[in-house]
Design a protein around this ligand. Structure first.
Ligand SMILES: [Zn+2]
Length: 138
């Protein structure tokens, strides 16, 4: 029995040789596919069914693709997009976390976001980005 499984495993490895396989985008697509699949079981909504099939074929197309550079580029674009989204939320999160101890404001010159400890009254600020000096109340 072990031999059979080994042969299947070897065959699969040989089949996948030179093919792209999985990456972060592939993982994300698989999870999206599972979520949509579950949704489509409850909602009889035909565009959703089409989306599930499209996602399914795209996922397999990417895994079996031999065009490594094109797939890697897609994954890179995906990673830079998710990185930007992650940063967006991290910035808001940290601003929310220190809202009791810091006042946040923007530089009138360049719009750079700045912060200073709360409760010091009027202070003179030098922008860390453009060097402009201005007064603000914290
Ligand atoms: Zn500035």
């Amino acid at each position: 029995m072990r031999n059979v499984f080994q042969r299947i495993g070897d065959g699969f490895r040989r089949f996948m040789t030179g093919r792209y396989g999985s990456d972060q985008l592939g993982l994300f697509l698989s999870m999206a596919l599972i979520v949509l699949l579950v949704l489509s079981m409850f909602l009889r909504f035909w565009p959703l069914q089409i989306l599930v099939w499209a996602l399914f074929f795209y996922l397999w197309f990417r895994m079996l693709s031999r065009n490594y550079t094109a797939r890697a580029r897609e994954n890179e674009r995906f990673l830079s997009l998710t990185g930007r989204i992650g940063r967006f939320f991290r910035v808001r999160r940290s601003r929310f976390d220190d809202r009791k101890t810091y006042t946040h404001f923007r530089c009138p010159g360049c719009g750079q976001e700045l912060r200073a400890p709360k409760g010091k009254g009027r202070i003179r600020v030098t922008c860390s980005k453009c060097g402009r000096q201005f007064e603000t109340k914290v």
